[in-house]
Ligand binder design. Structure first.
Ligand SMILES: Nc1nc2c(ncn2[C@@H]2O[C@H](COP(=O)(O)OP(=O)(O)OP(=O)(O)O)[C@@H](O)[C@H]2O)c(=O)[nH]1
Ligand SMILES: [Mg+2]
Length: 615
């Protein structure tokens, strides 16, 4: 007996009490509709003949069969293989009924996704094992958490394309787990799936014997439905008060819709915020005899005794149930993009990307302060000591610490947008970061004091960065620079491994301070005593630029957006010089150019900015 109640783009079918509303979200094409189609097919939930009809249609139109066609009913959806509007499907198991919302994954249909997810009690987020975490995987997770959906299973789909390898699954778990942790969300389940083939949807996938967790269906069965609104305390906002006088009628009816709970004749009521009290005398209904009670969802009218004066806007509650929280102040932190005045407000700025981005965007703190804001900066732990002294910042917290109260919030990389920055108006007064004097003294004592120019060297970025392969250089390739006379080289690289380590061991003439640097406060203190920093595109380059240190930045052919194209200088950092690869992968030309420029530069002894501590 088919248990599919309907496949609709709109109306919800009414269920009995045991039901769960689920939303399937995730990036475009990661297989959401396919997962649901497979779930329906494998639980025998499709109407008689439906699967055959869709297969038939595909044959006749010479299209490969897609399980998604069971959901994607619009002509454009099938033609383009994309979900545009949400579709709702219903199926049931022995345990309960499910309403499943299939959300579109394309960014253009984000608002449809929000509408579809708004009432869900649990979510499944689908991620393609090969494509990994994409923009809308993150957006959807953020929106689900904002909608208050706390039950989440993450499906890593298309495992067949990843040869069912455990490492492919675990890479997604790692990457997305880190993202979710930052949102304060914990997934209940992580499931490797091949939706098209059906592996781990309802039946176990024999190709993945290493996975012993729940299948998708088992995970759904483990979700808990939210308490229904009838189980909650009684709440009815007063919509109006009707007074009838016809034929001696003296009723004064308090009308409204019951938002939650239940009320009976005789119940004691409390009105908020006035605090007035009365008892229910009658429960009225329009064109129907009086009732004995009213429940959530019902539009009703109450008469009370004794008669109290109440008006539209008050909230009716029951006296023996928990009352509402009454306040005249609402604490909210609003997303700020430059429109609201900042005077007298506390603005939280927080990181969303790498350390370099934080260092680069710190320049905006002083601008926010100039508009009258108290600025709280949330920063990565390695940056705390160096950011603490930045002008315009009143308080620094590290990621994960409790946030102080604030009125407005802006992610750091949105600060240029909030301040209307254009190429011509980039705020570039440097230095805006300085090293702490006591740290400078400590590190200066560890520097060579031969009278030669001191040049800092950073050859690799964060190994976790997706573009690290393109922006880092093996230390060995930089050895030609060591031949330039008149220079003491100071290696600032904090992590050194394998071949780089061997080069350092073979070159005691390089002072390697990197591994002793505990955080960027230490790096800043070392930089304060340098004449020049030569760095690949990583956080140290930003730090040197923010300290107004002469810094030469070695860039890949296709550089990060902030370095623009075809120019040797940076409008963000007046003391920076950019050395660009003339062709993809061509570090040899970059290194040759640096080697050629260095003698002249050190002969002139690039004088360090006095504000940075001197060398
Ligand atoms: N190889 C393989 N392909 C799959 C799998 N699951 C889905 N696909 C394919 O991926 C493509 C996209 O699948 P859909 O289910 O339409 O993806 P979606 O997430 O619903 O896409 P939107 O709703 O448009 O965001 C289709 O061609 C599917 O056949 C899988 O497990 N393995
Ligand atoms: Mg879809």
């Amino acid at each position: 007996m088919p248990s599919l109640l309907g496949v609709t783009g709109g109306a919800i079918s009414p269920f009995g009490p045991s039901r769960l509303h689920l939303v399937i979200a995730g990036h475009v094409d990661h297989g959401k509709s396919t997962l649901i189609g497979r779930l329906l097919a494998d639980t025998d939930s499709l109407p008689e003949g439906k699967l055959d009809r869709v297969r038939d249609l595909c044959d006749r139109t010479a299209k490969p069969f897609e399980y998604a066609f069971l959901l994607d009913a619009l002509k454009d959806e099938r033609a383009q293989g994309i979900t545009i509007d949400v579709a709702r499907v219903f199926f049931k198991t022995a345990r309960r009924h499910y309403m499943v919302t299939d959300a579109p994954g394309h960014v253009e249909f984000l608002k449809n996704m929000i509408t579809g997810a708004a009432r869900a009690e649990a979510a499944v987020l689908v991620i393609d094992a090969c494509e990994g975490v994409q923009a809308n995987s993150q957006r959807h997770a953020t929106l689900l958490s904002m909608l208050g959906i706390r039950q989440l299973a993450v499906v890593v789909n298309k495992m067949d394309l990843a040869s069912y390898r455990r490492e492919a699954f675990e890479a997604v778990v790692d990457a997305f787990g880190t993202f979710l942790a930052r949102l304060g969300v914990k997934a209940h389940e992580w499931i490797p799936v091949a939706a098209r083939q059906g592996g781990n949807v309802v039946a176990r996938a024999p190709e993945m014997p290493w996975f012993t967790g729940h299948t998708v269906l088992e995970a759904l069965e483990a979700f808990e439905p939210e308490r229904t609104t009838v189980d909650r305390p009684f709440r009815m906002p007063v919509q109006d008060v009707y007074k009838f006088t016809n034929e001696g009628d003296s009723r004064r009816i308090i009308a409204g819709t019951v938002e939650s709970g239940r009320v009976h004749i005789g119940d004691g009521l409390v009105f908020y915020p006035s605090g007035k009290r009365a008892r229910v005398a009658t429960v009225e209904a329009f064109n129907a005899p009086p009732q004995s009670d009213a429940v959530a969802g019902q539009t009703t009218g109450l008469t009370v005794a004794p008669q109290v004066y109440t008006a539209r806007g008050e909230l009716v509650t029951c006296e023996d149930e928990p009352g509402p929280h009454v306040t005249s102040r609402i604490r909210a932190s609003l997303f700020w993009l430059g429109h609201e005045p900042l005077a007298g407000k506390t603005l939280l700025i927080y990181p969303e990307q790498g350390l370099g981005d934080t260092l680069q965007c710190m320049r905006y703190a002083v601008l926010a302060a100039a508009r009258g804001a108290r600025v709280v900066a949330e920063v990565q732990p390695l940056l705390k000591s160096v950011i603490a002294g930045v002008d315009g910042i009143d308080e620094v917290v590290t990621e994960g610490e409790p946030l102080p109260p604030h009125d407005l919030r802006c992610p750091m990389l949105s600060l240029p947008l909030a301040f209307g920055t254009t190429l011509a108006t980039i705020p570039n007064r440097v230095p805006y970061i300085a090293a702490a004097p006591e740290r400078i003294a400590k590190w200066r004592a560890l520097m060579p004091s031969t009278g030669k120019a001191r040049v800092g060297l950073v050859w690799a970025g964060n190994r976790g960065h997706h573009n690290n392969r393109n922006r880092s250089i093996a230390l060995e390739r930089l050895l030609p620079l060591l031949a330039v006379p008149g220079i003491d080289w100071i290696a600032l690289q904090t992590e050194t491994a394998g071949p780089d380590r061997a080069v350092l061991d073979a070159h005691p003439d390089i002072t390697h301070l990197g591994e002793a640097l505990l955080d960027f406060g230490d790096t800043a203190a070392v930089m304060a005593a340098l004449d020049l920093v030569v760095s690949v595109d990583t956080a140290s380059a930003h730090l040197a630029g923010a300290m107004a240190k002469p810094v030469w930045i070695l860039l890949p052919f296709s550089p990060d957006w902030r370095w623009l194209l075809d120019r040797r200088d940076s409008p963000w950092y007046p003391t920076a010089r950019l050395f660009r690869q003339p062709a993809p992968g061509d570090w040899a030309s970059v290194i040759a150019e640096v080697a050629q420029e260095l003698p002249g530069a050190v002969a002139g002894r690039l004088s360090p900015s006095p504000a940075c501590g001197g060398g």
